[in-house]
Design a binder for this molecule. Structure first.
Ligand code: HSE
Length: 345
């Protein structure tokens, strides 16, 4: 039985989602893939740090966090450790980096990722900051150290938008990509169309765990712009900066705008677009009143979607979850399975 030791940095929504999956599906994965995932370390800014090189008791860990909102007091608690110590010292084959996103600096997550890669530890991450800002450097570092960097969870959570574009559609010639890349704003727009006021809809999106710690990033389009930058790099091979994305959020949309669009057979969506024109890649994120017949118009709630226009295959649309604890936790598992070349046996 192959054993894969994991260190987790960040034990909020996504970290706990991954832990839940590994707790509940461990037996099934042992049988299906011949692998045993063992979590050796967990570090979280607010909850504290636990470490045991032979593996932690996942059920006890989750029960403690759910009951007391802390990891402190567990037998394997490490009061002197933090996320950086974990990245530098924990025994692990892969680091799952799920700390908070900073799209201005990519820190502190980028530092954790670099430290792990330098030690020859694989990294899987759902963190948009390091990938949008430093993907080229981090990918080079992974290669130099003979390990891999998995980033599927940064766009559309576990819905395999990156894998589909980079692998299956890689030879089809992707000319244009447009999509709904932010669950929070799509949820808000759907609720507003149903008659809910904006603050109530935002509050609900926060309560459901879709929104970023600071929801400004969602509603002003920065989160979607970060994903567009990641798609530009990974699907089109172009490294853009956040400033290269022509960005506009949804905060100026009024209930009247939404009613009017409905009357005209249209629906407001926050659309991210990448398009080649005259050998230049143009990127934007902006609210658009799209016709009801458009493939993205029926995508409601926190669901995301990506519509690829290709030279050889025509148009392909992928729809699925874009946020949420299990959906994002699952993205990291997809990357781990790919890195360890695990297929059903
Ligand atoms: N805040 C993000 C969203 C989470 O609403 O889509 C997933 O990146």
């Amino acid at each position: 039985m192959q054993q894969v030791r994991l260190g987790l940095v960040g034990f909020g929504n996504v970290g706990q989602g991954l832990a839940h999956i590994l707790r509940d599906y461990a037996a099934a994965y042992e049988q299906k893939f011949g692998v045993r995932f063992v979590i050796t370390a967990v570090a979280d800014m607010r909850l504290g740090c636990v470490y045991h090189p032979q593996g932690l008791d996942l059920a006890a860990l989750l029960a403690k966090v759910e009951k007391d909102r802390t990891l402190k007091g567990l037998p394997d608690a490490q009061p002197d450790w933090d996320a950086l110590t974990l990245a530098q010292q924990a025994e692990m084959d892969a680091l799952a980096e799920m700390s908070y996103t900073d799209l201005k600096t990519g820190e502190p997550a980028s530092t954790y990722i670099r430290e792990a890669l330098r030690r020859g530890v694989h990294v899987v991450t759902s963190n948009k900051g390091p990938v949008a800002l430093h993907y080229g450097e981090l990918e080079r570092l992974a290669q130099e150290n003979g390990v891999q960097l998995g980033v599927e969870g940064t766009v559309m959570s576990g819905t395999p938008a990156l894998r589909l574009g980079r692998e299956i559609l890689a030879a089809a010639g992707i000319r244009r990509v447009e999509g709904i890349f932010n669950g929070t704003t799509n949820f808000i727009l759907t609720k507003m169309e149903e008659g809910a006021p904006y603050p109530e809809a935002l509050h609900e999106a926060q309560a459901l765990g879709y929104a970023e710690a600071d929801p400004t990033g969602d509603v002003e389009g920065y989160d979607a712009a970060g994903k567009v930058v990641i798609l530009a790099r990974l699907l089109m091979g172009v490294q853009m900066g956040m400033k290269d994305v022509d960005r506009e959020g949804i905060t100026h949309l009024t209930p009247e705008d939404i009613r009017q669009a409905k009357q005209d057979g249209r629906r407001w969506k926050l659309i991210g677009t990448l398009e080649w024109k005259d050998d230049r890649l143009y990127a934007s994120v902006r609210p658009q009143p799209i016709p009801i017949s458009h493939p993205l118009a029926g995508v409601g709630g926190a669901t995301n979607a990506i519509h690829y226009t290709t030279d050889l295959l025509g148009e392909v649309t992928l729809i699925g979850p874009g946020a949420g604890r299990l959906a994002t936790g699952y993205a990291l598992l997809e990357d781990l399975l790919a890195i360890c070349q695990l297929t059903p046996g």
